[in-house]
Structure formats: C-alpha cells, structure tokens
Design a protein around this ligand. Sequence first.
Ligand SMILES: Nc1ncnc2c1ncn2[C@@H]1O[C@H](COP(=O)(O)OP(=O)(O)OP(=O)(O)O)[C@@H](O)[C@H]1O
Length: 248
Amino acid sequence: MNKIIEIENISKTFETTKVLNDISFHIEQGSFFAIMGPSGSGKSTLLYNISGMDRPDTGRVTFNRKELTNLDDEKLSQIRLTQMGFIFQHSYLLKNLSIRDNIILPGIKSRKQSRKQVNDYADILFGKTGIKSVADHDIKEVSGGQLQRAAICRALINKPDILFGDEPTGALNSSASRDVMDIIGNVNREGTTIIIVTHDAKVAARADKVIFLIDGSIHNELTLGKYEEVMKSNREKKLLGWLEKQGF
Ligand SMILES: Nc1ncnc2c1ncn2[C@@H]1O[C@H](COP(=O)(O)OP(=O)(O)OP(=O)(O)O)[C@@H](O)[C@H]1O
C-alpha cells in the first residue's frame, strides 16, 4: 500500500501550550482514517497541520511524496485547491451565489478542467449527493443537510486525492448525518482517501482506522478494516468498548 500522507515527529505550541507533541504516523492511499479524543486534545490542530492549513513548529509532513512543510504558502494553497478537499462542521458557502455557482467556482479557479467539464462534473456530484433538485437554488433556500452535501460537492469538484473533514456531521441531525456519512463512504469506495475528526462513535465506526489523541499525543489506535453495512452494529460496539477503555 502507498502512503499518501506521512507525518514525522510533528509538534506545535500555541503560546506556552504544547498542543501537538511529537506525533508520527502515516495514512495509506484509499484508506478512511478517523481522529478522536477529548475536547482540546489537539484533533483539529492535527488535521490543520497535516493538510497544510497550518504548519508544525517542528517535524515533517509529506503528501503524495512531496514535503508540505518545505513549501511556500502559494504552492501549499495550490496543492490544497487541486489535490485536497475540505469539509467542516459549518461549511460556509458564499451567500450571493447559487449552490451550483458555489460548487463550480473552485473548479474554474483550479483550471484542472474546462468550464464545461466543471459544470458536467458538478451535475454528476449533485446526482451522487442527491441535491440535483436544489442545485440552482439560493443557499438560503436549502436545509442544513443539503448545505453539507453541497459542501461535499464543492470539496470534490477538483477530484481531490484526499478529503479532510473536521466534524463534518457535527451540525446535523442523526438522519442527515447518516446520509452524509453514506456519501463520504461512497467517495472512499471510489478511491478517495478520507481523514475526519469526530466526536461521534457512529461516524468514526465507518473508518478503517481510528486514532485516539490525549494531550497532543497518540494514546492508542484501533484498526476496524473496511466498512460493510452488515457489520455496522458490531463495529460500533467494538469502537464504543475501545473508547471506554481510553476513558472517553
Ligand atoms: N490558533 C490558536 N491559538 C491559540 N491556541 C489554540 C489555537 N488553536 C487551538 N488552540 C488551542 O489548542 C488546544 C487544542 O485545540 P484543538 O481545537 O486542536 O482541539 P480539539 O481536540 O479539536 O478540540 P474540540 O474537540 O473541542 O474541537 C486548545 O487548548 C485550543 O484552545
């Protein structure tokens, strides 16, 4: 298996607090990886540091064999735009644009595909995420679940190798959360590597591997293997038992 991301001895301090403490691990191409841990343990900081949204003070992050920690800001943002997708708990879309325009904008900006190709691909993504009927609506006219599906479309418009999610279901009810995780699961099955931060065991149970952070260090890790719907409740039980042992 190819390593899509390799993290070597990264540390990060904010003022006097060491938030990431000499963390090393790797993520295999095509895998689904979840980061869990108590509030304040450094989960979001870790995600931002491995995705080039922030830089560690020390250590090295390599993505697709390129060392991100060596790159200038312009090269980093180009990689984020063309090879990475991001979704957040509140994925802000531009208010004055329709759903469609929000999604095609980063597609046109990246110049990876022609305008027509971007539009055609947006239609494919609207179909896959079930928001075709609202694609030309204003963003104020859709539900939170539809907005998060639109955010997934926007994150995928440039066909990224990897999708990062920071609490991607944190603002959704359980049924919308399940729908969003089904979509993310399908994206993973089609080959995109997924890394998410989540508090939700049901969400993390979709991952192949879960790491548990405490005070900026990896306290433990659990391998669950590839997700299958029929094994859902067993996986959730296994993960919940493991989380209890970690003191969660
Ligand atoms: N930009 C920043 N400047 C100063 N301190 C920060 C900054 N970002 C994060 N921190 C601090 O780093 C620590 C870890 O924050 P982080 O958001 O990574 O934790 P988390 O595990 O994701 O927490 P939560 O589950 O509550 O979102 C916290 O104490 C937070 O206050």
